[in-house]
Design a protein around this ligand. Sequence first.
Ligand code: BGC
Length: 832
Amino acid sequence: MLHAHYLTCDLDGLHPRFSWKISTDLPNAMQQAYHLEVCADGFLHDSGEVFTDQSIFVAYCGSPLHYAAVYSWRVRVCVNDAWSEWSDYAAFETALEKWQAPFIQADDAPGESCAKIFRREITLRKPVQSARVYATALGLYDLQINGRAVTDTCFNPGWSAYQKRVLYQTFDPTPYLSNGKNTLEATVAPGWYKGDLGFVQSRNLYGDKMAFAAQIDITYTDGSAETILTDESWQFADSPIVYTEIYHGETYDARRENPTHWQPATLMPAPAFAVEPFDGVPVRRQEVFAPIAFFTTPKGERVLDFGQNLTGWVAFHVSGNAGDQVILRHAEALDSEGNFYTDNLRHARCTDTYILGGGSEKIYQPRFTFHGFRYVALDAYPGDIDPARFEAVALYSDMEKTGDFECSEPLINQLQKNITWGLRGNFLDIPTDCPQRDERMGWTGDAQVFIPTAAYLYDVRVFFKKWLRDLALEQYPDGGVPYVVPDIIRLDPKLDFEHSSCGWGDAAVIVPWALYQAYGDARLLANQYASMRGWVEYIRARANNNLWNTGYHYADWVALDAKEGSCHGATPTDLCATAYYAYSTSLLAKAAAALGNDADAVKYRSLHADIVQAYQQEFFTPTGRLAAHTQTAHILSLVFDLTPDAFISRTIGTLVQLIADNGGHLVTGFLGTPHFCHALSQNNRLAEAYALLQREEYPSWLYQVKAGATTIWEHMDGIKPDGTLWSAEMNSFNHYAYGAIGDWLYTVVAGITPTEPGYKRIKIAPQPGGTLTHARATLRTPYGTLESAWEIKDEKFSLRVIIPPNTTAEVRLPNGEVHTVGSGTYVYAGEK
Ligand code: BGC
């Protein structure tokens, strides 16, 4: 059995790249050649047999492709001297050559939060062969044809740097069109464009009026074609969604369905931004949860518990009289008395209201808002409450789940689950810090610390590709990087913030490099390269003698060694900033080398050496004492290779002492915590790393788990041992940043790392420890599924690995044995 499957095509304008995976039982399977065909009506590209082992991101090199066209392609592969059959066909579709449709507007006032419907009737007199709708909005939109939803994607058109680019979606409306009269309807809501946004209660940050634009292409069976663009022939009316805001929730008045007061839409002047095809991962409805409990709190609130903190909304069934109401409020936690706790939502009201129109039973769910919640308070509901009539729907970008980790310790398994839900809860079109309070912004620091873990859990390449493009677009001319992307801080007249904090702006370099390691996409790296270099040059212009000791920095944010009432950890800012300057510069040099830019590789290697030297002179005494006596200072000095060789044992010794001095626990924040276990395990302190991971008392990862967390908290002490809560100002229970420990589970406990980008070459070097008796991780790499599973039984260690076709691996056993292998399944056994 030999075949190519999982065909994927990456579109970049008219320049697709093709990837496939090889399925075979042959051991040591390596691709020797491929043969690829691309087909369309009257067009065919035949690559012929191409002798190469490249099976990912193979660039199309046939004659030019057409815009707005559908192609199919297939591949066959030669592996170990045998050719496979042709694969099944896969399809891809190119984008419009250029956006033509004008934007149309309604009459919404700047403060208004009612969704509007834009409508137009079209009459089809001939049978339709195929059709496409290309649509976008300033605001959020969904589409119906003849009352039926055309799309299953949510929060269209997504959140991009709207002042620079607004994205459009492509849908196939053919199944919804019928002969004769058809009604096209788009419902448009304020969303991120004009709704309340940011933590200082601002709105209209991109504009104070919603708009909609669409192009409908219809091809008839007789070969003729027609294009319909939005124009003044469209009408608008208030929708039954009388109020909708991302932070505050939605009010739907079923009595206002079928509006009668239609007015002509007006044309918006030609915009300054570009309209581009959507280049991210669409948000879809994912898991659904039934309530695990229904109870009344001491204060008398009737509460449904869905058992999982998630991001999404509640769908419910209801019947009653016209004017009856259902009112749902959402919360992540209960307070120490067991009452419904919403203080940490700050100004976000997170309330959905459904006003019944009477008649038969209805099923309702919101469309243009989302909530971060586990609990729902039913402030109003007509009749008896049957929990079975409610379900929580998780919403997130529809990425492929690629990784799994499981071990003998149930608490660690729950931690892994919580990390995964931290990702799901915060990967809603952009990577957000949190999904519940009046924030939900693309904080660069959070993304930077979590990216290595994220890439072990889901295929996040395309998701971050979109976000990185916005990051680059929003970078300042001097290379400075905003705190958040899309950068609403810059747009907010109430805020006079700086930009470019260490550990935050570094996302410009760290995220593309991490993606390159995980997925091997050199084009993505090349596209980001100018942005990466811009960031390092930004710092260089502000550094003094290679020390970054200027500007404002969040640095070791929310560390437990911060002064009472402060979020800034005790590690000196210039140390954190210079450490990150060195790290980003070293990655930039590697990226330059990977892209064949030798001049830059030499230049930034030399700059890196200078920064390291300056760091060592400034922060280490001549006898190797680190000037800053904090855990994070020692961690960064070790993991970013800033410690002189002669001082490594002193530095790691002091770090271990600093754990003991703090009663065996961490006091690190955003910058130190993600690397803590690595700093220990990379320096022969595996036992201490496991002890930190497995600590169950406050503060620790497992303390949260034992306290019932189902996601990752913003603070290690979000809920304190006495049940009291951290300040409501900053207490998210769904912040993925500290989930960055997930990377250690995969790379050290299970021992999986790529040694050539995209896992073309792999290292498997599990390091068993702690009380674990087995651990197993699987990862769907670009080449196929990889597995590392070890067990300790009767003092004997055994390891099973699965290496995907077209890759090679170095397997390193804990006893020091090394095996170099090709694809296949291998079992190794030995003394512990
Ligand atoms: C966010 C963080 C973010 C930080 C920056 C907070 O409000 O929730 O996760 O990185 O601000 O300081």
